[in-house]
Design a binder for this molecule. Structure first.
Ligand code: PLP
Ligand code: SF4
Length: 410
């Protein structure tokens, strides 16, 4: 049976690896053992003490390779180098392929740009009616709040603007962004992203959310953020109490490897969930980071323990200088095949490719419908067994245009 190595017949070594990936640990203090608790647990202290230069990296990471050092030296012109002390402590300095290290420590390979790679791989700038707003889908917009993040992911799809190391000079204009939304009643969903919206102070974020909530046709708000992972100290009770006023408010976090889910992160996520914020996760499929089923299964199961629903698994965008981090679509489909049916349905994300050039997110699924005609559908289940479902007759064309009043709450 194809699935043997993850269900009954896994090797002892794989079992051990799986269990150790699923365990929650604290990031610890590492080189910052002497700091006061009050400082270490203060998100502004963490931001102030970020690792941002090749000299700091050399000092703190004795196993830094010449390839990484060369990568760090590129970052003044490309995506900046930035790692919070908290997240730095998750790096296993003895392991050259440490999955945490590969996400945030630059490498010289970032300078190698393949001909199909782009600085704006999803064509966001072409779908931008006003600066900082991307209106690609009919009923929702992406609202870029800032170009700063707590730490910088080497495969960032928005590295053209994020951190401003390439001179993009991003200046969000909230007034114009909000005016556009207010003038477009078809927009019912706003996704705040960036950069990381949770880097704003509570006051600034509250002000922005209030202005959005004042737009009567906005039904749904969400925040895309990696702060719970890079900087869990930012998820304070005060922040949660503020966010709670703006329901329905969802949050999409971003984590790629189960070791990112520490006890600190779990506490932060529980706080958000207790504030009534439904949590989803977005992962990027990355070579040598999470492109194997053991790692991915540990990640999605650990997310459920933290009350987070795995939402999307992204094929890595064709961002300039990211070839060394991109896993194949074939591998992505294989992993999805080993998740569906083998673990809790809630744990299974949707695998998507954000189409190059601006086609939006396109689902990519393992083949389960083997054939489909007027009489029957032939299906393959998670064990590879084949089943038939007799096709039903439809009543007529799909009913679309119901009056919107029929759906109002009374
Ligand atoms: C991903 C994305 C959204 C949100 O898409 P959902 O499938 O609703 O999560 C909206 N706008 C843009 C430009 C996006 O890239
Ligand atoms: S947190 Fe998100 S926006 Fe920031 S660098 Fe990482 S992927 Fe890019």
């Amino acid at each position: 049976m194809q699935s043997e190595h993850i269900s009954g017949g896994s090797t002892l070594e794989e079992d051990r690896r799986f269990l150790s990936l699923k365990t929650f640990h604290s990031a610890g203090r590492g080189p910052w053992t002497g700091e006061l608790d009050a400082d270490w647990n203060d998100w502004r202290w963490q931001m102030k003490h970020r690792i941002t230069s090749s000299a700091q990296l050399q000092r703190l990471l004795p196993t830094l390779t010449s390839e990484e050092l060369a990568g760090a030296e590129l970052t003044n012109h490309k995506l900046a180098l930035g790692i919070t002390p908290y997240f730095f402590n998750l790096i296993d300095s003895e392991a050259p392929h440490c999955p945490i290290r590969q996400q945030v420590v630059p490498r010289a390979a970032e300078a190698q740009i393949a001909e199909w790679e782009l600085s704006d791989p999803c064509g966001e700038d072409d779908h931008s009616p006003v600066p900082g707003l991307v209106h690609r889908y009919p009923d929702r917009v992406l609202f870029l709040v800032t170009d700063r993040c707590a730490a910088y992911c080497r495969y960032c799809t928005r590295s053209r603007l994020v951190s401003n190391a390439s001179g993009y000079d991003f200046h969000p204009e909230y007034d114009r962004q909000i005016a556009y939304i207010a003038a477009h009643p078809e927009v019912r969903d706003v996704l705040l992203s960036g950069g990381d919206p949770l880097l704003l102070s509570d006051e600034k974020l509250e002000n922005l959310l209030s202005r959005l909530r004042a737009v009567p046709h906005l039904e749904f708000l969400r925040i895309g953020t990696r702060i719970p992972i890079f900087l869990p100290q930012r998820i304070t009770p005060e922040l949660c109490a503020m966010l709670k006023q703006f329901h329905p408010l969802f949050m999409s976090i971003h984590t790629n490897h189960p070791r990112e889910l520490t006890t600190e992160v779990r506490t932060a996520l529980e706080r958000l969930a207790d504030a009534g914020i439904p949590l989803g996760n977005q992962s990027v499929l990355l070579k040598h980071v999470n492109d194997d089923v053991t790692t991915m299964r540990a990640l999605v199961q650990k997310l459920l323990i933290c009350r987070v629903k795995p939402y999307y698994l992204y094929q890595c965008d064709l961002i300039a200088g990211s070839a060394h981090l991109r896993a194949s679509v074939r591998r992505g489909i294989e992993i999805m095949r080993e998740l569906r049916g083998h673990t809790t349905g809630y744990a299974v994300p949707q695998y998507v490719i954000d189409a190059p050039g601006g086609g939006g997110k396109i689902p990519v699924n393992p083949e389960t419908v083997l054939s489909h005609n007027a009489d029957r559908v032939v299906l393959r289940n998670y064990e590879g067994r084949v089943f038939e479902y007799p096709e039903a007759a439809d009543a007529g064309p799909i009913r679309r245009a119901r009056k919107i009043e029929e759906y109002e709450f009374i």
